[in-house]
Design a protein around this ligand. Structure first.
Ligand code: ADP
Ligand code: ADP
Length: 226
């Protein structure tokens, strides 16, 4: 089963071509890093995946569900952590999650059970009553991951998740997310422009000027990369 299939996706902002005939797939249960310099088309791809923009050409399947044909089912399988945090700093961890669940119409009981489960999974159980403002950047990221996983999607998309974190927190976050992948079978797409975030075991996808330039196990790219 593929977590993600991108087929013939092209996208232009007016006359400016941002993605050109992009084609790739990601197997389920893997940690995949989407790497590319500024302007490569990463944000555009994410905007299409999250349906911020409509597809212009081609299709994207998330666990077999076509984004063009059955967007609800496709999005059901997707959890997203955006580059810009949208946590309410003056609410507690628990309150942020409960608010989000309510917003998505999740019944209260189910929401509470899912929140408990997810806080446990993200090692945040002890922080649940603390205001987000008091948490460091790495912990805030984990709250956002918990929130993105509340509806139990199978693909987690993180857009420059490590931006603004100090080196130790960046490393810890990467390790944490790779563990979710390894131990719980979550599929992950992690976008970054930083080479040093790539590990040898990662599935690597390199974008350049809107086109896929390489794809494979990071280790296969040699010592320069991994
Ligand atoms: P990345 O996220 O990898 O930096 P983007 O998807 O933001 O890349 O950009 C891909 C291309 O599309 C670039 O040439 C960029 O200048 C262009 N682009 C991105 N957003 C817009 C926009 N809103 N209007 C016009 N051009 C855009
Ligand atoms: P319903 O229970 O009304 O069928 P869904 O669970 O299908 O609602 O959610 C509706 C939309 O909101 C879906 O596209 C889903 O991906 C999204 N969604 C639901 N819960 C969350 C969540 N916790 N985080 C992010 N998106 C969510």
């Amino acid at each position: 089963m593929n977590a993600l299939e991108v087929r013939g996706v092209s996208f232009a902002y007016g006359a400016r071509q941002a993605l050109t005939g992009l084609d790739f797939e990601l197997s389920a249960g893997r940690f995949a890093a989407l790497l590319g310099p500024n302007g490569a088309g990463k944000s555009t791809l994410i905007a299409l995946l999250t349906r911020l923009y409509d597809l212009q050409q081609g299709d994207i399947r998330i666990f077999g569900h076509s984004l063009a044909g059955e967007p609800r089912q496709a999005l059901r399988q997707l959890g997203v952590v955006f580059q810009q945090s949208t946590l309410d700093l003056d609410l507690s961890v628990q309150q942020n999650l409960a608010y989000h669940a309510a917003l998505h119409g999740m019944p209260r009981r189910e929401a509470q059970a899912r929140i408990d489960e997810e806080l446990e999974r993200q090692d945040l159980g002890e922080r649940r009553h603390e205001k987000v403002r008091t948490l460091n950047g790495g912990h805030r990221r984990r709250v956002e991951i918990a929130r993105a996983l509340l509806h139990q999607p199978r693909l987690l998309l993180l857009d420059e998740a490590s931006a603004g974190l100090d080196p130790a927190s960046r490393l810890a976050l990467g390790r944490h997310v790779r563990n979710l992948c390894r131990e719980q079978g979550l599929s992950v797409l992690w976008t970054t422009h930083l080479l040093d975030e790539i590990e040898p075991g990662d599935e690597l996808l390199i974008l350049h000027r809107g086109e896929r330039v390489a794809r494979g196990k990071a280790a296969a790219f040699g010592d320069d990369l991994a």
